[in-house]
Design a binder for this molecule. Structure first.
Ligand code: BGC
Length: 778
């Protein structure tokens, strides 16, 4: 063999070995090359979550189980190709990881931000964006890549256990607030998983229930919120929901995950499943085909199913490759891929300040009656508290166990391990207000007793009722009129906190969770009687993630504030509102009915097998305001310590855009913010419509007395459309539209009309119900 021949043979052999063992390292520019180099096993592995302890050791596909202790899951690593594991953490009110770790004294608490409902009640997308930025930063600093939020399902009914994680009964508000949160998180180089896609409106048998609804209700309400978020913020990931929609599981629904999400809306990220692993009646193969890119939390059997599926010809390798490519495109964006040096030390101080400010803007003042000591005619209101002139300092008698164990968030995967929660005692103290020592003593001891008793009596199967899944709510303690009477002498005012806790895995009942129980009613009645006899005011604070009954007792107290579950700074935010340091500007994002049964969806709600949406598109104010039903507090409602005037609005249509302009003036005596809400009534056309729908909103900056601001809001003509099932299209009918601008859906201050031309937009014909539904009509 001559030298030349030897050389040629050697070169050929080396080239051949290089091709066989091609080991490109993943980079944003060589995704095709990496995909080509992957074995079928590696591809299958990348589509199945890598770690979780839900299913024991078996579930550890990639061995990344403890990458970040307490994180919900991972996508697996393939080191050969430079593919790192990525870490997915709950969400959405902050980073949910274990606060302590084996072998170190260091702690890993994360900031507890206000719950979704409270964030949305700010109606302030800029502020929600700041919360998103802070959460994105903590996600990254705690070595995670994706926060499993925002929760973007609608408040179809007030009894849903997870309403606290969601924003509103309205899809526009949900979509805009969600997009603001997502843009905030993603601006930090971390990702989100907007969840639970879609129609996950109940917790009862959430992994099996069939949500039966019209295509129109799906498109106009339950999908619309996600559509807005996808178009305005391109979430890195979306989490498909556990439930079925019209007889098909969301996780394996190609129409939902591909035709609607990607083809109609242009979604570019990955879809992951909710955390169920292998499920009865749904093959992993179907999920892959549907466009579900990542099976969470992941089980080895799912990897095998994908490999076997391809080998047997049941699953097309093209479907696998398409999903793997999307996974790689996602991975190259992540902090893990970029080897971000996580500090495990976010700026807690700065984030606490954002939390406090956001909660203040989300808290809703529901009632502010005359102070009982003011002369008849009542020119002095109960709030803000007037601390000056209280010789010896201002003292509040704090009733209600949640005054002392303020609920910062809900339970389940949405609970965050916060470093602390400021309760009402501490919050008031920080504002220079004392609280009754006797009551503090009684309640602190009572809570300790109730906690031990609760744990002893807890059924072992109720895992969400453990402290690691959030603060628990203990039964209210009863007080005799004698004990209350003693407090009247010492205090300038009384506060009664009514708390409610709820969360993942269960819906709320009407008798003990939506309604007040006897002890609570009695407490409010007795405290009001005793304090009013001495001309001293009583304020009720509602510390709940969602709506409660108020109509039967709201006349008794002088003021009512809905604090929601406002995050770790709760007591401080409440004190800011009570003292007037911050003027309340939160507005309700859902209707508060007189009774839970007033919602048409309450009948048959939480049926474990099938939930037919007979109310169709008439959810929340779309029902109450169209059918003229009395409510306790309307959608968009919230009081202020000042007053505002709205000018005659200007509405202009040009091309595919309507521009609405209104000037808001502070006509009162203290600074404050107002929300302008635009409700649009469509002309009579071929499709029946609600009386009006929220189509735009804007919040003013803080306006000084006498100051005004002109707000400009854009409404794309496509957003005025209704869904026309017959034509599988969005249809804006031509005619005269009325733009009603107000401070709630029932407090319209000014209107204007404008002619709008016809607009249509074709969509996929998807998600049709299997059988005819008996739908509510006007
Ligand atoms: C919840 C999701 C959550 C996931 C991971 C599921 O049970 O529905 O919202 O993100 O668990 O904890």
């Amino acid at each position: 063999m001559n030298t030349k021949r030897i050389l040629t043979t050697a070169i050929a052999a080396t080239t051949c070995m290089m091709t066989m063992n091609a080991q490109p390292k993943l980079s944003p520019t060589n995704i095709d090359e990496v995909l080509k180099a992957m074995t079928l096993e590696e591809k299958a592995k990348l589509l199945v979550g890598g770690a979780n302890n839900f299913f024991g050791d078996q579930a550890v596909v990639g061995g990344e189980a403890d990458l970040v202790a307490g994180a919900a899951g991972t996508s697996p690593a393939i080191p050969r190709l430079g593919i790192p594991a990525t870490v997915l953490t709950d969400g959405p009110a902050g980073v949910r990881i274990d606060p302590t770790r084996k072998g170190t004294d260091k702690t890993y608490y994360a900031t507890g931000f206000p719950i979704g409902t409270c964030l949305a009640s700010t109606w302030n997308t800029e502020l929600v964006g700041k919360v998103g930025e802070a959460i994105g930063n903590e996600t990254k600093e705690y070595r995670c890549d994706v926060i499993l939020g925002p929760g973007m399902n609608l408040h179809r009914n007030p009894l849903c256990g997870r309403n606290f994680e969601y924003y509103s009964e309205d899809p526009l508000l949900t979509g805009k607030i969600g997009a603001a949160y997502i843009n905030g998180v993603q601006s930090q180089g971390a990702g989100v998983s907007a969840k639970h896609f879609a129609v996950n409106s109940q917790e009862t048998n959430r992994t099996g229930v069939d949500e039966q609804l019209s295509q129109r209700a799906a498109r106009e309400l339950y999908l619309r919120s996600f559509e807005i978020a996808v178009r305005e913020s391109q979430p890195w990931t979306i989490m498909s929901s556990y439930n079925q929609i019209n007889g098909q599981y969301s996780m394996g629904n190609r129409d939902l995950l591909t035709s609607i999400l990607r083809d109609d809306w242009g979604f570019k990220g990955i879809v992951m499943t909710d955390w169920i692993g292998i499920r009865k009646g749904l093959e992993t193969i179907t999920e892959v085909q549907a466009g579900n890119d990542l099976m969470e939390p992941g089980q080895p059997a799912q990897v095998k199913e994908i490999i076997d599926g391809v080998n047997s010809g049941k699953l097309d390798i093209k479907d696998v490759d398409r999903n793997v490519r999307r996974m790689l495109e996602y991975i190259v964006k992540t902090p893990s891929f970029k080897q971000y040096p996580a500090s495990n030390a976010p700026d807690f101080k700065a984030h606490a300040a954002i939390t406090r400010q956001t909660a203040c803007e989300g808290i809703v003042l529901l009632k502010n009656g005359p102070h009982p000591a003011s002369p008849k005619g009542g020119e002095r209101l109960t709030l803000p508290l007037q601390l000056e002139g209280a010789g010896g300092g201002y003292t509040v008698a704090l009733f209600g166990e949640n005054s002392y164990d303020f609920l910062s968030g809900g339970t389940g995967s949405g609970c965050v391990h916060t470093p602390y929660v400021v309760d009402m005692v501490e919050g008031l103290k920080n504002a220079g207000i004392s609280t009754s020592k006797t009551l503090t003593d009684i309640y602190r001891k009572y809570i300790e007793y109730a906690r031990v008793k609760f744990q002893a009596e807890r059924h072992p199967a109720n895992w969400f009722q453990q402290e690691m899944f959030g603060q628990q709510k203990y039964p209210e303690a009863a007080f005799s009129p004698i004990a209350i009477g003693k407090e009247v002498r010492e205090a300038d005012a009384a506060i009664v906190t009514i708390g409610r806790q709820a969360g993942e895995g269960a819906d709320r009942d009407i008798a003990t969770e939506f309604n007040l129980v006897d002890t609570e009613r009695q407490l409010i009645a007795d405290v009001c009687k005793a304090f009013h006899a001495a001309n001293k005011p009583v304020i009720v604070i509602i510390n709940s993630g969602s709506v409660i009954e108020t109509a039967s007792w709201r006349d008794d107290p002088d003021a009512i504030i809905c604090a929601w579950q406002p995050g770790e700074e709760g007591g401080n935010s409440m004190a800011d509102i009570l003292t007037g340091k911050v003027n309340p500007s939160g507005r309700l994002t859902m209707t508060w009915p007189i009774a839970a049964t007033d919602h048409p969806s309450t009948e048959g709600y939480a049926n474990p097998v099938a939930t037919p949406h007979h109310e169709d598109i008439y959810v929340g104010y779309r029902y109450f305001d169209t059918f003229n039903k009395e409510v306790a507090y309307p959608f968009g409602f919230g009081l202020s310590y000042t007053t505002f005037e709205f000018s005659k609005p200007k509405v202009k249509t040009s091309g595919k855009q309507v521009t609405v302009q209104v000037t808001v003036k502070n006509t009162g005596t203290v600074a404050g913010k107002e929300v302008a809400q635009v409700y649009v009534t469509a002309p009579k056309g071929s499709i029946e419509k609600p009386a009006y729908e929220l189509k735009a909103f804007a919040k003013t900056r803080e306006l000084q007395p006498g100051e005004q601001q002109t707000l400009t809001m854009q409404i794309p003509v496509r957003m005025l459309a209704s869904f026309d099932e017959a034509g599988s299209q969005w249809l804006t009918e031509a005619g005269q539209y009325t733009f009603r601008i107000g401070a709630s859906s029932r407090d319209i201050r000014c209107t204007a009309t404008a002619k709008v031309g016809r607009y249509t937009e074709k969509t996929t014909n998807a998600l049709a119900p299997k059988a005819k539904l008996n739908l509510l009509k006007q």
